[in-house]
Ligand binder design. Structure first.
Ligand SMILES: *Cc1c(COP(=O)(O)O)cnc(C)c1O
Length: 346
């Protein structure tokens, strides 16, 4: 178990957040029912709430973001078709290739190193309509972009992508695990992005601080199909209003808290940006990437761990630092000081 005190310096991910006492109290009084029978009023309330926020007809509570994304792929595309997604996307890198294993899709990668899909490359890789060539199934984008340091998908880029997918008659899915981070940082409603996609997955269990759960939102036909796929994948839960209540609480109270996460992230960036041994990627939301000039990322992470500062080496040269509501100001100060002093051992 991690104590709350230890959480204050745990920068590995915003998934490590604990539910606050108020959130737990709210969960305890949730009205419950069997959600496989569609009878859990709290789940229904959460789904309606997210449908409203995203400007979609309907929404579905799912256990995890991975399942939410997979359900979208299985609902929007058919086996044998092609998924177009970014080369650094979570769907490609961290979901066990479920797009292939379970959805039966092949993947065509598009460069996303700017935080959004390279549309010229996407267009030039687009499958021609020839009968023996796998045909396009869907396009997926990520916002904010996890592996590229929490970059926000520029709305004008998404508009152009949308025009392209509409011209091709292919659906567009957004992995919006951290969509509210993008929304708060850009000071724009989430509909800025959700109006331009067919489906969107939003995590409640990351910066929003719920212990579990994500929501998939989209048109009512899409969500009707999604309900069947969720059951197929073993994601039909019963008195799950107890978790949905945490999500409702998070949406009511925790969105404004993300601003502090972003402020702390920028504060740490400013504190280390003059370093001679690393270059930090300028953050837009709550994720800070440090790029070391030598392959010392694990050595750095291990040293920091001994100083009770937990963070993650995600490659030989790159460290990821994530800010969330349980992080303390003091831990951020220590992180800056310790990083500035640290030198690799020879
Ligand atoms: C965490 C994450 C997911 C998956 O969410 P889980 O709830 O961990 O399954 C999907 N996409 C992105 C961008 C994420 O950061």
């Amino acid at each position: 178990m991690t104590t709350r005190e230890a959480l204050a310096s745990d920068f590995r991910s915003d998934t490590v957040t604990y539910p606050s006492d108020d959130m737990k109290a709210f969960m305890m009084q949730a009205e419950l029912g069997d959600d496989v029978f569609g009878e859990d009023p709290t789940v229904l309330q959460l789904q309606e709430r997210v449908a409203g926020l995203t400007g979609k007809e309907s929404a579905l509570f799912v256990p995890t973001g991975c399942m939410g994304n997979l359900i979208a792929l299985m609902t929007l595309a058919s086996p044998g078709q092609v998924l177009y997604s970014g080369s650094h996307s979570h769907i490609k890198l961290y979901e066990l290739g479920s797009y292939a294993q379970l959805a039966g899709l092949s993947l065509r990668e598009t460069d996303d190193s700017q935080g959004y899909l390279d549309r010229a490359q996407l267009a030039s890789n687009w499958s021609p309509e020839i009968y023996y060539i796998p045909q396009p199934g869907l396009v997926a984008v990520e916002n904010s972009h996890n592996m590229l340091g929490g970059l926000i998908y520029p709305p004008e880029e998404l508009e152009k992508l949308r025009a392209f997918t509409q011209e091709k008659c292919v659906p567009l899915h957004m992995d919006g695990a951290r969509l509210f981070n993008a929304s708060v940082a850009a000071n724009k409603p989430i509909t800025t992005w959700t109006n331009l996609v067919d489906s969107v997955m939003i995590s409640l269990s990351k910066g929003l601080g719920a212990p579990a759960g994500s929501v998939l939102a989209g048109g009512s036909d899409l969500i009707k199909k999604a309900l069947r796929v969720r059951k197929l994948l073993g994601g039909g839960m019963r008195q799950t209003g107890i978790l949905a209540a945490a999500g409702l609480y998070a949406l009511d109270h925790n969105i404004p808290l993300l601003k502090r996460d972003h402020t702390l992230c920028t504060l740490v960036y400013n504190g280390v940006k003059d370093s001679e041994i690393l270059t930090p990627v300028k953050p837009q939301t709550n994720i800070l990437m440090l790029d070391f000039h030598q392959p010392v990322a694990s050595q750095f992470a291990e040293y920091m761990e001994r100083q009770n500062l937990r963070l993650m080496a995600i490659s030989h040269t790159r460290v990821r630092i994530v800010f969330h509501q349980n992080i303390s100001d003091d831990a951020c100060d220590r992180l800056v000081e310790t990083t500035r002093k640290w030198r690799p051992a020879h």
